[in-house]
Design a protein around this ligand. Structure first.
Ligand SMILES: Cc1cc2nc3c(=O)[nH]c(=O)nc-3n(C[C@H](O)[C@H](O)[C@H](O)COP(=O)(O)O)c2cc1C
Length: 189
C-alpha cells in the first residue's frame, strides 16, 4: 500500500523544486499537496503553471486549499503515520510562522503537527542573503526537530544542465526521507 506524504509549496522562488518532487513522488506515494496563495503567484511567474494545470498533470494528487484548517493533515492522529512533510520551496515568512508556532494557514499547522508528532519535516529554504531573523528562525526549527535544507546545489557531481542542479537538491530532500533515487551521482573516493 502506498504511504502518505504531504508536499507544501510556498511563495519562495524555486517552485521548480516542489514541482520536481511532485513528478518523482507522485507514482509511489499518496501526495497531499498544499500550495499557498503566494506559491500560486510564483508558480505562475516561474513555471507558467496554474492550479488547473497541476490538477490536469497530476489527476490523483490530493490538492488541499491552504485555508482548509480542518484538513486531516492538521490532525496529529492522522499525520503521525505519514512518511513526512516537505515544504519546497519554503519562504522566510512560512519559516517564521513555523519557527514561532503561528498558524496562519494549513501549511503552518501541518508543520506544527509534524514537529509535535515527530513526523519528519523537511524545509527547503530559499532566500539570499539571510537576515539574523532568518538564521534565528532556522535555529529554532532545527532545535524543534525539522531538517533545514538550503536550496543550494553542490557542484562535485559535475552538473551539465539546470536539470542536474535541480535534481541534486531534490535528491538531497529524498535522501533525508530515506527514499531511494538516482537523481545525482554520489561521491566516490
Ligand atoms: C517572484 C517572487 C519571488 C519570491 N521569492 C522569495 C524567496 O526566494 N524567498 C522568500 O522568502 N520570499 C520570496 N518571495 C516573497 C514571498 O512570496 C512572500 O513573503 C509571501 O508572503 C510568502 O508567503 P507564503 O509563505 O505563505 O507562501 C517572493 C515573491 C515573489 C512574487
Amino acid at each position: 500500500m502506498k504511504k502518505d506524504l504531504v508536499l507544501c509549496i510556498t511563495g519562495a522562488s524555486g517552485c521548480i523544486y516542489g514541482y520536481r518532487l511532485l513528478e518523482i513522488l507522485y507514482k509511489d506515494f499518496n501526495i497531499h499537496l498544499i500550495i499557498s496563495p503566494s506559491g500560486y503567484v510564483v508558480m505562475k511567474e516561474e513555471l507558467g503553471l496554474t492550479r488547473e494545470d497541476i490538477l490536469e498533470r497530476f489527476p490523483n494528487v490530493n490538492l488541499i486549499p491552504s485555508s482548509k484548517i480542518d484538513s486531516h493533515t492538521a490532525s496529529g492522529s492522522r499525520l503521525c503515520v505519514y512518511k513526512g512533510v516537505i515544504v519546497a520551496p519554503c519562504s522566510m515568512s512560512s519559516l517564521a510562522c513555523i519557527a514561532n508556532g503561528i498558524n496562519q494557514n494549513l501549511i503552518h499547522r501541518t508543520c506544527e503537527v509534524a514537529l509535535k508528532e515527530r513526523v519528519p519535516l523537511i524545509l527547503l529554504l530559499r532566500e539570499m542573503p539571510y537576515s539574523v531573523l532568518h538564521i534565528e528562525n532556522m535555529l529554532k526549527v532545527a532545535r524543534a526537530g525539522a531538517i533545514v535544507m538550503p536550496a543550494s546545489p553542490g557542484f562535485y557531481h559535475k552538473p551539465q544542465s539546470l536539470q542536474d542542479l535541480i535534481d541534486f537538491v531534490v535528491g538531497k530532500v529524498l535522501d533525508s526521507l530515506d527514499i531511494k533515487h538516482n537523481l545525482y551521482k554520489r561521491w566516490k573516493s
